[in-house]
Unconditional design. Structure first.
Length: 284
C-alpha cells in the first residue's frame, strides 16, 4: 500500500509527496499537527493539513526570511520572531554573533514541543539562552511593545485561522511602533500565482504600505509551496533593501549559507512584470 500526503493548492491543482510513515499526529487546542517521513523531502511538518516545511527545502525559506533584513540592518541586536515555532528562523538568526536576544512569540506551544522532538534540524537553537519563548498570540503581544526591536520577522501561517490577525493593518501598525527608528519588518507574504494567494498578498502589501514609508517585496523559489513562487515583504523605517546596504560588511561575517548570497539578495527584489503590476495596483 502506498501512502501519499496531498495538499490542495486550488480547487483544481494539488501537490503530493510519497510518505514512508507518519511520525506524529496530534491535536493542540488550536490546530492539528502532523509530521511525516518521506524519501524525497525528508521530514515534513503540516498544520491543519497545510505544509509548513520539509527538511529538504526549508533552508530556502528560513535563509531568505532572515538574512535579507540582517544584511540590510547594520547592527541588529534585538530581534522579535512572531510564529516560527519550528525554530528555523531562530536558527538562522543565531548565526550572527551580534544578535543579543531573540524573542519568539508562538501562539501554539505544541508546535515548539513537536518540533523539538521530531525536527531537530530546525529546532536546534530553541533552547539557546539568547532565545526567549512567549506562548501567546502575536497580535496581542505586539500591542504592548514600543521602540524595542531592530528587526521583526513575521514567520506566520496563512491569513486564516490563528494566522489571520498577523495580516491586519492593526498588526502592521503595531509592528511599526515596536521597532526602533531604523527598524525593519519582514513577513511571509504569500504567492502571486494562484488567485486566492495573490489576493492575500495584494491585501498584505496595501496594508504594509499604509504603515511603513518603505515597503518592498522580494521573491524566492520554494519547491514545496503552492506554485513554487513565493514572496516576502520587506518593510522599513529608514533603509532601502538594495540601495542602503553595505554588502562587504555582510560578506565579511563569513556566514555560510546554501541559498542566500548578496547578489541574490539584490536580484530577488527584481520582480516579474505581472507581480509588479499587482503590487502597483494596490500602492496608490
Ligand atoms: N514556513 C511556514 C509557512 O508559511 O508555511 C510558517 C511556519 S511556522 C510553523 C508558523 C507558525 O505560526 C505556526 O507554528 C503557528 O502556530 C504560528 N502562528 C499562527 N498564528 C499565530 C499568531 N497569531 N501568533 C503567533 N504565532 C502564530
Amino acid at each position: 500500500m502506498e501512502l501519499w500526503y496531498t495538499e490542495k493548492h486550488t480547487e483544481y491543482a494539488s501537490f503530493s509527496i510519497k510518505v514512508d510513515k507518519q511520525l506524529y499526529s496530534g491535536e493542540s487546542d488550536l490546530q492539528r499537527i502532523d509530521v511525516f517521513e518521506s524519501k524525497e523531502f525528508g521530514r515534513v511538518l503540516t498544520l491543519d493539513g497545510y505544509l509548513m516545511l520539509t527538511e529538504k527545502d526549508e533552508f530556502i525559506y528560513h535563509e531568505m526570511i532572515t538574512h535579507v533584513a540582517m544584511c540590510v540592518h547594520p547592527a541588529a541586536k534585538k530581534i522579535l520572531v512572531i510564529g516560527g515555532g519550528d525554530g528555523g528562523t531562530v536558527r538562522e538568526l543565531l548565526r550572527y554573533d551580534s544578535v543579543e536576544s531573540v524573542d519568539l512569540v508562538e501562539i501554539d506551544e505544541e508546535v515548539v514541543n513537536v518540533s523539538k522532538e521530531y525536527l531537530p534540524q530546525t529546532a536546534c537553537q530553541l533552547d539557546n539562552p539568547k532565545v526567549h519563548c512567549f506562548y501567546e498570540d502575536g497580535l496581542k503581544f505586539i500591542r504592548r511593545v514600543n521602540d524595542e526591536y531592530d528587526v521583526i520577522i513575521v514567520d506566520s501561517t496563512d491569513p486564516f485561522g490563528p494566522g489571520e490577525g498577523l495580516f491586519t493593518r492593526e498588526f502592521y501598525g503595531n509592528c511599526f511602533k515596536a521597532l526602533h527608528d531604523d527598524g525593519i519588518m519582514v513577513n511571509q507574504h504569500e504567492s502571486p500565482f494562484y488567485e486566492s494567494d495573490a489576493y492575500a498578498m495584494q491585501r498584505a502589501h496595501k496594508r504594509i504600505c499604509q504603515s511603513f514609508p518603505i515597503s518592498k517585496v522580494y521573491q524566492v523559489h520554494i519547491p514545496t509551496y503552492p506554485s513554487g513562487h513565493w514572496l516576502f515583504g520587506f518593510a522599513s523605517k529608514k533603509y532601502h533593501p538594495v540601495r542602503d546596504v553595505d554588502w562587504d560588511r555582510w560578506n565579511s561575517l563569513g556566514i555560510r549559507t546554501k541559498y542566500y548570497n548578496t547578489a541574490l539578495h539584490a536580484g530577488s527584489f527584481a520582480l516579474p512584470t505581472y507581480v509588479e503590476e499587482m503590487l502597483r495596483d494596490v500602492e496608490a
